[in-house]
Write a protein of this length. Sequence first.
Lengths: 385, 280
Amino acid sequence: MEKKKRELLLQGNEAVAEGALAAGCRFFAGYPITPSTEIAEYLSQKLPQVGGVFVQMEDELASMAAVIGASLAGAKSMTATSGPGFSLMQENIGFACEAEVPCLVVDVMRGGPSTGLPTSPAQGDVMQARWGTHGDHPIIVLCASSVPECFHMTVRAFNLSERFRTPVILLLDEVVAHMREKITLPLPEELEIIDRVRPTVPPEWYIPYEDNASGVPPMAPFGEGYRYHVTGLIHDIRGFPTSRSDEIGPFFQRLFRKISQNFAEIHMSETFEIEDAEITVVAYGSVARSAKRAVLEARQRGIKAGLLKLMTLWPFDRPAVERVARGSRVLLVPEMNMGQISREVKRVNNGVCTVVTLNKVDGTLITPDEILKRITEVYQDERDN
Amino acid sequence: MREITKLIHKYLRHDKKFPHVWCPGCGNGIILGALIRAIDRLGFTKDEIVLVSGIGCSGRLPVYVDFNTLHTTHGRALAFATGIKLAKPELTVIVIMGDGDAMAIGGNHFIHAARRNVDLTAIIFNNSIYGMTGGQYSPTTPYGMRASTAPYMNIEHDFKISELAVTAGAVFVGRGTVYHARLLDSLIEKALLKKGFGIVEVITHCHVQYGRQNKLGSAVDMMKWQRDNAISVEKAEKLSPEEKRGKIIIGVLVDRELPVYQDEYERIKERAKVSTVRGR
Ligand SMILES: Cc1ncc(C[n+]2csc(CCOP(=O)(O)OP(=O)(O)O)c2C)c(N)n1
């Protein structure tokens, strides 16, 4: 008998929770905060049904710590939060980078800084997601723009975190987290699920942080014979603290290399009508949806517009932006912040074409009309030049 | 080699680059010895034990021993440990913290771990000072004492770690000193056997920071002070509050039964299988 796919009307947050379960997440620790709370509520109901653990911790510092602990014990683990909580998680996110512990942090962006605008959309955490924790470190940050993407990018986020032994941050904005759309959940066998590589050598031979071609050492869960040391101090290949520069240097090189040699696998974006586009909008999150509509309407008015939707924000998708920069006269970067990704676009563009921005931080989303207006203005300017 | 030393050696990581970071005369090694003896006597395998620590001199303990070991961030050890225990309940999770670690930056996690009653054993090294950072006052530095950030005198009042744990809901609370090493062995053993959140507070000396700044003498002098000022729980019961002032009460302060988080959570799993909430 053919299995029936589930068709559901889900909120973005709920789709994240479904995606997590499909990816094999069996541990959630969190602390309630709008606009992310539905993820916790949904998982508090579903995780015990599948033998997983949901725990509400005393704050976000503890949540992030518990997530790392559970992952070290072998469980795929996650938390979800918003700005103020994301700030509190930063120190332990750094621990997960340093000790190379896979886990997922969902940050549903609301207006900030501080308590900010708890129920309004924003995209102000893009740079914090990249550099929120101290010290030099690579990180993977994804951003979803629809309910189906919430599901699929959660699965992908878990896959990337397991594959590269790194925390992955999934950014949503409040619009995407709270809107409801139809989603057809894939059957389990249709999904590619990646699990961390485990050691194949016997415990006596296991060197927990030894380099290999992938730069990702196999990871043994606690309690299965591979007794080793995990620390937030810079460590040697055995996991023991070191202050020897001949061990510190290679550690950092491997940490960065395991991500940088796989940019192509990590980068994900979509394009729309870019072949002959003179103006290409570069957008992410809910703004990318408004942008798509604006591009359609601009085309109806005879303006050759296109869209590059970024889905991987960090490591920054340089090849995708370079491609559209070469083909376009103008890149327009609309964002619900004062210009965080536009700086990266300018850096990568490096003077090839004109880069213009559209920044909005008044607690409301960016509408198709606003983007269309900007496209039209820019188009006129370019023609007059 | 003496039997007792041989036993300790059985559990040390010989591939770790010794010497350790602790100052000569430090009490931390005595606590490490007591912990190893308790684990050995209870017959745990090395694979079953996870040793989790925070940051501080005390936090360096796990790296020396051949268990699953995790050196976390300052104050957060209990929260990491909670994640490990809930994800893999068959492991025995022991948490090592300093007084600053457990009472200042990690104070919130401490009271909530006690309230939540996840099956963890916490050992708190109370040396009344921030050792690792060079002798600043901690939440357990007594009023009137000196520290590098209280050069005139400490005007804050100290937490009583064990009493706080009792109030917050810990099912086992024991206090010992590094002078009373035998008692310490048995307190840790009892705490490990107890299901639920148990703590052992260990009064230890930091003669290098706290001792020097307060002219308390050598490590030996400070251990003699422990000997002369400790009274047992049984003895303390017969004394008036006046007579107990300034004394360290050692022994088992609390040993009680309360529902353990993991057992409760197993019941939630059963419930979740048969009922759906809000029709989802
Ligand atoms: C977030 C953070 N703040 C401050 C520090 C610096 N720090 C390291 S150890 C320590 C105090 C340790 O004192 P205690 O917990 O009493 O342990 P001891 O060293 O005495 O064993 C401090 C403040 C840190 N590592 N992390």
